[in-house]
Design a protein around this ligand. Structure first.
Ligand code: F6R
Length: 260
């Protein structure tokens, strides 16, 4: 696991560099997209590179991590709509190239199985962008999630619903209780994991993710088992890392050509 500690703007550039490298080397690449605040600067940077540098996503497929259950199709916080606003509509994905689990399906269990099949049929995810919840979730794999889980229905914790109330007019009652989410094993199948975390509120989750024992209590800790995982954090999110100085020194002496 590589840990990079840098200002948020720099982290976004590094993540966008990694995405650009994958997309330029394989124009039919498969990306994994997260929602929430953490990847927004990365999406801004990718949209800029599309606009100004001709970075094209025309042959790229993308899979979202998760979706709320039961939000009306036109609801602005439905993750399908959030992804459309934040990135899909700002670049040149082909029609239907961005997929997400269907939180309004009549048969949610079948929708989860179909979603797993779609990811597999696309050849798996080359680069997965991730955020982390204050309770250590990745996608919506809340504490207690099976480390071997696949896409399924989950119940959001009270903590996550409170954290996300800011997207719902600060009214926690408007935040759905259920979601469909890629499982931890689904995420672990991606070839490169790039997680972004900023702010003090993420410090304990980041410490557990990088340095804690692997446990379903902190689901993101499963990333320690991934052969190519990159954790991009600002000073505040890195503030509880026991080996923070070591990660800083290691990254400072890394040759530029190596990338992430
Ligand atoms: C969203 C997702 C979640 C978020 C996490 C952090 O698709 O998968 O795991 O990444 O809840 O959210 P933010 O970035 O809003 O702090």
């Amino acid at each position: 696991m590589e840990v990079v500690i840098a200002p948020a703007e720099r982290l976004a550039v590094l993540a966008a560099d990694a995405v650009e490298k994958v997309v330029r080397s394989r124009p039919e690449a498969v990306l994994g997209l997260a929602t929430g605040s953490s990847p927004l600067r990365v999406y801004d940077e990718l949209a800029r590179r599309h606009r100004e540098d001709g970075l094209s996503f025309a042959g790229v497929k993308a899979f979202m991590l998760d979706e709320y259950v039961g939000l009306p199709a036109e609801h602005p916080e439905r993750y399908r709509n959030v992804i459309e606003t934040e990135i899909a509509s700002r670049v040149d994905f082909a029609e239907g190239a961005v997929q997400g689990p269907d939180g309004n399906a009549a048969d949610l269990v079948a929708a989860c199985a179909a979603y797993e099949e779609s990811i597999a049929a696309a050849g798996g995810v080359d680069l997965q962008i991730l955020g982390i919840g204050t309770d250590g979730h990745i996608a919506f794999n809340e504490p207690g999630s099976s480390l071997a889980s696949r896409t399924r229905i989950k119940t959001l914790t009270a903590q996550t619903r409170e954290d996300n109330a800011r997207f719902f007019g600060d009214d926690v009652d408007q935040v759905p209780r259920h979601c469909l989410t890629q499982g931890l094993a689904t995420i672990m199948s991606a070839r490169h994991l790039v997680l972004l975390a900023t702010g003090k509120g993420k410090a304990e989750a980041v410490h557990q993710l990088v340095e804690g024992p692997i446990s379903a209590l902190w689901p993101a800790t499963i990333m320690q088992m991934h052969p190519h995982a990159t954790v991009l954090v600002d000073d505040a999110a890195a503030s509880r890392l026991q080996l923070g100085d070591y990660y800083r020194q290691t990254y400072a002496s890394k040759p530029d050509w190596q990338g992430l």
